[in-house]
Design a protein around this ligand. Sequence first.
Ligand SMILES: Nc1nc2c(c(=O)[nH]1)N[C@H]1C(S)=C(S)[C@@H](COP(=O)(O)OP(=O)(O)OC[C@H]3O[C@@H](n4cnc5c(=O)[nH]c(N)nc54)[C@H](O)[C@@H]3O)O[C@H]1N2
Ligand SMILES: Nc1nc2c(c(=O)[nH]1)N[C@H]1C(S)=C(S)[C@@H](COP(=O)(O)OP(=O)(O)OC[C@H]3O[C@@H](n4cnc5c(=O)[nH]c(N)nc54)[C@H](O)[C@@H]3O)O[C@H]1N2
Ligand code: SF4
Ligand SMILES: [Mo]
Length: 680
Amino acid sequence: MKQDGIFKSVCPLDCPDQCGLLLQKVDGKVVKVEGDPEHPVTKGNICNKVRNMTERIYDENRLRYPMRRIEAKGEGRFERISWEEAIETITSKWKKLIETDGPESILPYSFYGNMGRLNAEGMDRRFFNRLGASQLDRSICSSAGAVGYQYTMGGSFGTDPEDTIHSKLILFWGINAASTNMHQMVLAQKARKENGAKIVVIDVHKNQTGRLADWFIPILPGTDSALALGIMHILFAENMVDVSFLQQYTVGYEELREHVIQYDPMTVSEITGVPVEDIYKLARMYGQTSPSFIRIGNGPQHHDNGGMFVRTVSCLPALTGQWLIKGGGAIKGNSGYLTINSLKLQLPRLLKNKQTRTINMNQLGEALLTLDPPVKSLFVYSSNPAVVAPEGQKVRKGLEREDLFVVAHDLFLTETAKYADIVLPATSSFENMDIYTSYWHHFIQIQQPVIEPYGESKSNVDVFRLLAKGMGFEEAAFEETESEMIKQAVERAPSPYLGEVDYETLLEKQFVKAKVTPLFPGKLRTPCGKIELYSTRMKANGHPPLPTYIPIVHDGDHPYHFVPAPNHNFLNSTFSNIQKHIDLEKEPRLHMNRRDAEASGIEDGEQVRVWNQRGECLLKVSVGENVLPGVVVTQGLWADLEGTKQQVNTLTPDRIADMGGGATFFSGRVSVEKYTATQK
Ligand SMILES: Nc1nc2c(c(=O)[nH]1)N[C@H]1C(S)=C(S)[C@@H](COP(=O)(O)OP(=O)(O)OC[C@H]3O[C@@H](n4cnc5c(=O)[nH]c(N)nc54)[C@H](O)[C@@H]3O)O[C@H]1N2
Ligand SMILES: Nc1nc2c(c(=O)[nH]1)N[C@H]1C(S)=C(S)[C@@H](COP(=O)(O)OP(=O)(O)OC[C@H]3O[C@@H](n4cnc5c(=O)[nH]c(N)nc54)[C@H](O)[C@@H]3O)O[C@H]1N2
Ligand code: SF4
Ligand SMILES: [Mo]
């Protein structure tokens, strides 16, 4: 490994952009992180979070060695131990548990703190499959929408974002792209400048993205399907549909035309809070502009009816035949184009008991507190459930259980790791070899180690290799090197678009674009091979077969709908413990409409208590017109900072969405009252 120089790298964070990076290394340390100008999509621009990445990877609180807990769970007092002792403690505990309670008493809990395929879902999957541990349904992020989109379009296949510079109308629907998909915003601004494109944003909060829009449309939370159906109503009524496209490439358009008669603009306006004239204006704009592109965000699918929303909105481009036009169409996610060989990478065949139970990660608290037979050991890696999972108080109560043996593998002593019996230090992605597949653009990228492991930290791949050895697993799969694993993953990949990608090419080129062909003319992976406006499969699965507005669940009689979304300077809870990023973000605010504030005697900048049947938070209020009356919005998953009480997930429901086992973070209700320090 060279001591100094500039090295190509990839952003490992769970962000659609998956930027190409350049790391400047001096005396063995990364001193600067910049965008790689040669990356064809991200072109040298990166976000502020990652420009300040060195603050995180060299933060004084980064874990350097394994530790054992010495005081009560949650207090965060630990002592140093060796890796040998750590692995021995874990594996001997697990061997005993397997004998007394069976392997399903052990539960892995992970998400995408690092998107690298090998580290996020490679060696770990092999290990837990072989162990026979309970399976985790990783449904916290976008699974409801992914299933909804699949019903309509057959899989995660959408527009090539690079083509969206040709779009003339760009609809950001429930996505805070300026913060969460900045290069889509760059492309949209380019289309606006060079092409006269209009940018329309539909959101419950006029945030960074709404402020950049040509037209911002505020909507009531969880009502977007109704708006999409209202648009369909007008498209059909005013003959703005592309009948030849509908006949050739879709099923069910005649049923849909009849079905949407009920969603007249007046009814839709009452549901959504969008004025009747705006519904007409939006539908006509959509019906008359080509190419038009919809970037479907994660926000509206974090509701009880989130799957149905995505299923519904993804019918729109078909109605106007946009899939045949360069720059037209939609993106919910594009991971389908880059599907690697997970059978080879994850070896599901190692799981002998095909009846092994699956636990939904959105109900971790409930699972830890009530499951029978109980979870007796939890291994958390690449995730911070004490902050990011809903029903946060239940999660922490579950983690506190004295008879629960918890291991946490992370770069930091996170809120979750404070409950662990054993803490293991993780490398940053810059210390590992891995491959990265974007869920937005069409590039696959490689990361080679740029710096030495920090202290005694180890990658996920290394930790699961060690655990396999400690458990006495003899399969050769646990001895494979990273390069062997990459070969397994990309060679004979199920995606036909990855045909020419191999390990050597990745090493040579750093990023390789999948050879994606247009979706149409062509056959989709839906049961009938076409866009399913009517879905027999949905009917069989107990859903209405046609796009339908289903109101969200009644969440209690609190006056405000509560939307706790991500913020600009953190990535979920990552960076929320780094002073630089905290300084950039300042503090979380609760956005409230002026009318509501006046009615409750609350003034801008005052502290309020936000509460419901699940928990409470103390936040400073921002009064204005950024949200509709009856809605409050806050941003960011904040760390447990001293003297604060701002864990928004103590307030969020752990109900499961209509599809994909998805989360319902944004379907909760709260009360808000002025807070004075003397209050209990
Ligand atoms: N800076 C930053 N970037 C990130 C992340 C981060 O935490 N910070 N997280 C990453 C991850 S894991 C993900 S999944 C993506 C998520 O990024 P996005 O796809 O942008 O999703 P969210 O930010 O969850 O929500 C998007 C918007 O939906 C709005 N919203 C909520 N409910 C509704 C509704 O009912 N209707 C409508 N129309 N809008 C609604 C919210 O106000 C928010 O502005 O971002 C990734 N990128
Ligand atoms: N209220 C509310 N809650 C939400 C959301 C919301 O919008 N609102 N968004 C939800 C969404 S979309 C998502 S995706 C989830 C995300 O939830 P998480 O996946 O838990 O995301 P992070 O909070 O970023 O935590 C990732 C952790 O992984 C660690 N890590 C990073 N790299 C590695 C590695 O290589 N190895 C190991 N072992 N650890 C590593 C990081 O240090 C960090 O502590 O949160 C969800 N929670
Ligand atoms: S977080 Fe997203 S925008 Fe920022 S560098 Fe990483 S991939 Fe790029
Ligand atoms: Mo996510």
